[in-house]
Design a protein around this ligand. Structure first.
Ligand SMILES: CC(C)(COP(=O)(O)OP(=O)(O)OC[C@H]1O[C@@H](n2cnc3c(N)ncnc32)[C@H](O)[C@@H]1OP(=O)(O)O)[C@@H](O)C(=O)NCCC(=O)NCCS
Length: 213
């Protein structure tokens, strides 16, 4: 049961630098691997940081009494003569759900997108996400078209699995090489300077079968 006070006012404002971590953590709690595996995989701190950087006018937070209630992250896509508003992420803290927070966030972002020329809106989510689907349907989104995601575990693939093994071996060999400057620095100054000035020549002289220190 929510202990949200109905009289508390929800404010919507643009995202600030201090909102990045709280938004990321709220999303972590909402886009979970058991419920929405695709949302879980694609949600990371770079989603928040990147959109804050590229589309700050479409990144909004809802708050009450300084507490984060929800967020929306969107962008604008321009193609031919069309401008699309795209809602990439929307999340409301469970404590504040069913109080009209998402409603306010979407209204505000859509108003901004209309101001910037959008005449069409896009949003996507997991097909099992009934609360979001109900929410978006109620807001006027429709014309559902399913998009299928396929996946593959590369380590288990006959050919790509071998490539992964090869990359591991390469990384190990590079690790051996990286450990060598420690030895070089023990050399007399004149030799050490030569190494610093011409690292590539020295690197190519390192053979793979030299044992790491
Ligand atoms: C979907 C979500 C953003 C809705 O946020 P919200 O602030 O609770 O939504 P609102 O209060 O503005 O809801 C407005 C209407 O949407 C519908 N709705 C919202 N949540 C619902 C739910 N859990 N079950 C059924 N309908 C729901 C209802 O019609 C609701 O009106 P009502 O409360 O008068 O019945 C929120 O549930 C959430 O954060 N979910 C997890 C993250 C997610 O799925 N994000 C969207 C995809 S990126």
């Amino acid at each position: 049961m929510s202990n949200f006070d109905e009289t508390e006012t929800i404010y919507v404002r643009e995202l600030g630098i201090d909102d990045i971590a709280p938004i990321y953590h709220l999303g972590e709690g909402l886009f979970t691997s058991d419920l929405y595996p695709y949302l879980y995989r694609t949600w990371d701190e770079w989603e928040v940081i990147g959109l804050y950087n590229t589309d700050p006018e479409y990144c909004l937070v809802a708050e009450t009494d300084g507490e984060l209630a929800g967020f929306i992250l969107g962008t604008i896509i321009t193609k031919a003569s069309w401008t699309y508003g795209y809602i990439l992420w929307l999340g409301v803290s469970p404590r504040f759900q069913r109080r009209g927070v998402a409603d306010k966030l979407v209204d505000k972002v859509v108003a901004r997108m209309i101001e910037d020329g959008a005449r069409f809106m896009l949003v996507d989510t997991d097909p099992t996400n009934t609360s979001a689907l109900k929410f978006f349907n109620r807001k006027g989104f429709g014309n559902i078209r399913q998009h299928i995601f396929l996946s593959m575990n590369l380590s288990k693939h006959e050919y790509y699995g071998r490539l992964i093994d090869y990359e591991h071996q390469k990384a190990e060999r590079a690790g051996y090489r990286r450990s060598r400057p420690t030895i070089r620095s023990r050399k007399p100054d004149s030799v050490a300077n030569e190494v610093v000035l011409n690292p590539l020549v020295n690197e190519s002289q390192t053979t793979d079968d030299q044992s790491p220190i």
